[in-house]
Design a protein around this ligand. Structure first.
Ligand code: MN
Length: 491
């Protein structure tokens, strides 16, 4: 079912019923115009003009209660004394976009009178409303400009994507097959805090529970999936039995996830008891379908992959679980080669996607089938999430994805090459100072502001490494953030 965003207009009774009627007519026109320009992202529904404290509180309660509603757009056509909004806004628990617009584009110079002024006063009505949001310290996106302006529409569309991802985040369920890779620090974290702050429900299962699903997969289901593989990809191996086993894993894992209402999962090569191979192709296929995945038990990155895929749904480009693997340190031509043992999502692929079978040097299992491909080129973002003990920190680095300059015939995995901005040396130093993980989500679908807004709504720390990086200031920002988040912890 398509999600909805409610459009709510604030006013008051000081101007008479005629004015309120006009406010409602204009609001409906604006809401419908925006709705027509959402390109199917959501339905914008005009929910009426609210002009008393009770009406405001009631509509905010309705927003919260309607699971299909992912957020609200608020606009003050006239003045709406903002103490009326305190009760409602303190209850509102969905993302808000405060639209500071005006029905008329140009001033009607020759006709303007005081009636017109009183009817069209968002220039100060929205400031009164803005104050109470600021006073209440509410996270919101403010968009300013005429409602038919393309930039305004694009900002609303970007916000709807973020609101959708907040909904996805609050409904994220991660199944962990096995625990964390032993002794690894950065993939650990506070699951209770993640559920409180981000809505991520993370629970573990013995890999034996999955093995039962794997045993029950019918050969005919595998035949059918193999046909799909043959159609979509190049099967570059004679070891069809290995590919068939990954097809079996794909079917089994997806059933397990569907049965439990999960949208993300983790595996670990240290706990594969009863499985013949580490899920490679299976994990890649499930990511391609939109599931989150984290290797070595990395539930934070699995959930983040799912949430960011939700944010970018339908946009060109890809979003994938990624790992910083190895460097190219040629002076002034430095880059990072990203890959994983197996599990990179083919939404990032450029050109041919091959299915191959090769030995895996760790884990002690049979040779797993996997996708092998080169990555996309152009601008992208590396996004990771670490647990600092008193808060989650999101770290974003702008990167330039590069063509693979030479063939790598002996490398049996999907690979992506990138240059971090401003340069490998400073960007990587900043990433390390911030505690950035070796696992990340690499996306070419999203931009920095989407992620900043996501972090703002969910009250997690956000730091950016981009072309404007000043390493000394960046380190200072981390110190200042430490103080801010310590103070936030004191209630
Ligand atoms: Mn890894």
């Amino acid at each position: 079912m398509k999600k909805t965003v409610w459009f709510i207009t604030g006013s008051q009774h000081l101007y008479g019923e005629e004015a309120l009627k006009q406010v409602a007519i204009n609001s409906r026109v604006i809401a419908e115009y925006i709705n027509q320009h959402m390109e199917g992202l959501c339905d914008i529904i005009f929910k009426g003009v609210v002009s008393t404290p009770n009406e405001i509180t009631e509509v905010c309660r309705e927003v919260n209660a309607d699971d299909n509603c992912i957020g609200v757009i608020t606009w003050m056509h006239t003045f709406s004394p903002a103490k009326m909004w305190i009760n409602g806004l303190t209850k509102l628990n969905k993302p808000q976009l405060h639209l500071n617009t005006q029905y008329n584009k140009a001033l009607p110079w020759d006709k303007i009178d005081m009636d017109f002024m009183n009817l069209n006063q968002s220039a100060h009505g929205d400031l009164e409303y803005g104050f109470i949001n600021a006073r209440l310290r509410l996270p919101r996106k403010v968009v300013v400009g005429h409602w038919q302006d393309e930039e305004v529409i694009n900002e609303i569309k970007a916000w709807v994507r973020v609101a959708s991802s907040i909904y996805a985040s609050k409904n994220t369920k991660v199944a962990r097959f096995g625990d964390n890779m032993r002794y690894v620090a950065v993939t650990e974290g506070d699951k209770v805090e993640a559920e409180i702050k981000l809505g991520w429900s993370v629970n573990g299962y013995g890999v034996g529970d999955l093995v039962e699903y794997v045993k029950r997969v019918d050969e005919k289901e595998i035949d059918k999936l193999m046909e799909e593989y043959k159609e979509k990809y190049t099967i570059n191996t004679d070891n069809i039995a290995s590919v068939r086993y990954q097809a079996r894993l794909e079917i089994a894992i997806e059933k397990f996830l569907t049965d439990g209402g999960f949208n993300a999962f983790t595996t670990t090569f240290e706990d594969l008891h009863g499985l013949e191979q580490l899920p490679g192709l299976a994990a890649q296929r499930l990511m391609e379908k939109g599931y989150g995945f984290g290797a070595e038990g990395d539930w934070k990155l699995s959930a983040l992959t799912y949430v960011l895929k939700s944010m970018g749904k339908g946009l060109p480009g890809g979003t994938a679980f990624m790992e910083n693997y190895t460097y190219h340190l040629e002076k002034d031509n430095e880059s990072v080669l990203g890959a994983h043992m197996l599990e990179i999502c083919p939404t990032l692929a450029q050109g041919e996607v091959k299915i191959e079978v090769h030995p895996l040097s760790i884990g002690g299992k049979a040779d797993p089938a996997r996708f092998v491909f080169n990555g996309l080129t152009g601008p992208g973002l590396m996004v990771t999430l670490v647990d600092m003990g008193d808060r989650f920190r999101m770290i974003v680095n702008k990167v330039e994805l590069l063509p693979i300059p030479q063939a790598m015939p002996k490398l049996p995995v999907a690979r992506v090459l990138w240059k971090p901005l401003p340069n490998l040396k400073d960007a990587t130093a900043a990433w390390i100072y911030a505690g950035g993980a070796h696992h990340s989500v690499l996306t070419t679908q999203l931009n920095v502001e989407d992620l900043r807004l996501f972090a703002k709504y969910l009250d997690i720390e956000f730091v950016l490494i981009d072309e404007n990086l000043d390493l000394a200031k960046f380190e200072q920002e981390l110190m200042i953030n430490d103080v801010i988040w310590k103070l936030k912890g004191i209630k």
